[in-house]
Design a protein around this ligand. Sequence first.
Ligand SMILES: Nc1ncnc2c1ncn2[C@@H]1O[C@H](COP(=O)(O)OP(=O)(O)OP(=O)(O)O)[C@@H](O)[C@H]1O
Ligand SMILES: [Mg+2]
Length: 512
Amino acid sequence: MPDISFLQIGTTTFSTTKEADDLGKKFEQLLGAQTRYLPARLAITRSLADSTTPPSIEGQELCKIIKGNQLFGGEPFAWVALIAQHRQAPFGQMKELQQSIGEHWHRGMKLLWSDWISLGEDFDAFLVFLATRAGVQEGAASRYSSTAAVSTENLRNGPIVVRIGDPGTDISTGKPVDWTCNAPGYSPHLALMGGTGSGKTHLGLNLLRQVKKQANCPIIFFDIAKGDIALKQELISPLGLEHIEVPRSPVPLNFLVSQSASVRDRNDLAVSFRDSFEKISRLGANQKDILRQAVTAALGEEGPTSFERIKEFVERECESRQEAGGTLLSVLNDLTAGHPLFVPQYNVQEFFSRSWLIDLHNCSDTNQKLVVFLILDAAKRYFMSLPDAPTDAEGNRSFRCIIAIDEARRVLGFKHPSLSNLIRLARSKGVGIWLMSQSPDDFDQEEDDFLQNIGIAIALHTNANKPRALRAILGGDANLPGLAAGEAITRIPPKQNYVRVKAWEPPKRAKV
Ligand SMILES: Nc1ncnc2c1ncn2[C@@H]1O[C@H](COP(=O)(O)OP(=O)(O)OP(=O)(O)O)[C@@H](O)[C@H]1O
Ligand SMILES: [Mg+2]
């Protein structure tokens, strides 16, 4: 940087567009900042978190200037280095630096404003958002997905063997019953069923703890119906789950990210969003098309999109087609009226590298489904874009993640494309889908090959008397109503016959 010195930066003047500066003034008031440089600095860092080049601001009306020593305080070179690193080239001339700063300032301010809107203009949520996304790495804010950091994965290899409960012994022989969930040639997916109070949740958590200990992989656990998981601290603390109680806290995921800026990619993503959205609301052909078009347009904007922006584009689209918004707009109105369901804090890679307890028991039925479907969509897009998970010399595949859904009946039976795809294809990516639900029939309403792709079924006591699904996965007519508390039936592949297992020991009744 031969032409740029510390003193020069301090006395040089910088500016951005009037549009961005006006937004900056609003932030000044909102944040009680009383200085112009504070929102400006926030905006520049916000823009630096998007790895793409900011658009040119040439020809736009500019705002009044600010001196370098004010804008950057006492550390101008740190800022210059960050901006140079972002564009992957040093600055030769001061005017290049001025131009670059003006562009980042402009883009960042607009991004901050869209964050503010997508967080429902909630001041606390906005502050938490700013604090947690501090840093300038490629992050959730990117419009396009990036799987570049996959090489940092630290996957464990070797067989992952879980005992079917505690004691987990065969009732007729007393021998332990173990399932190698990442064995070559078999599916890592699990269906755990049983009537109310039969012990599904306890057994599911027991198996997850065993996997966590051996594979140390992230676990995404959906508590759809009861909200009881968070209360079982002693059972879940080994899983290291971060608890998100929606809608009080939104899911910190940038859930709608296109592969690239191309209209084709944006349209593909819009179709997948529309398909999930359609599962929660009956839309006519015109409304489906409006939604697809609106999402494609919203994805063309800078920064993460939100239900608010999608709604605005839907309104615009309805207006230009002179159509009423009908069900589509009323669902979007509901979605945008309350707390936001998502905030774009992490990108998919960051989100699926951590363990979450996504607690939906306080959400409406519609929102429960939408959150699960959109996260499964993001999971499908992300995991399918990765190379196959490595295997050890025996062919056991490393686990990247387990997605577990308790009370899964609420999302089963919808033939949700991403769930079917994950069940069919995610095994080679090292992703296990574990579903806990009451009746064997819950698992029997999906695509035809759904049950065939489940690796293991475990059934606890239930009164279901037409367990067609059980025959498909257990290979015989098991008497589930006849099971005592703590007893389970399972078939460990490749064995053909099922076994009765003591999955947990009910407390002995005191003799009278
Ligand atoms: N492994 C276990 N160890 C000790 N107690 C257990 C175990 N599994 C179940 N129980 C007992 O059974 C009760 C119900 O268990 P759990 O909540 O796991 O059942 P569930 O099938 O998930 O019920 P629901 O359908 O109501 O969600 C527990 O509160 C506990 O008393
Ligand atoms: Mg339960």
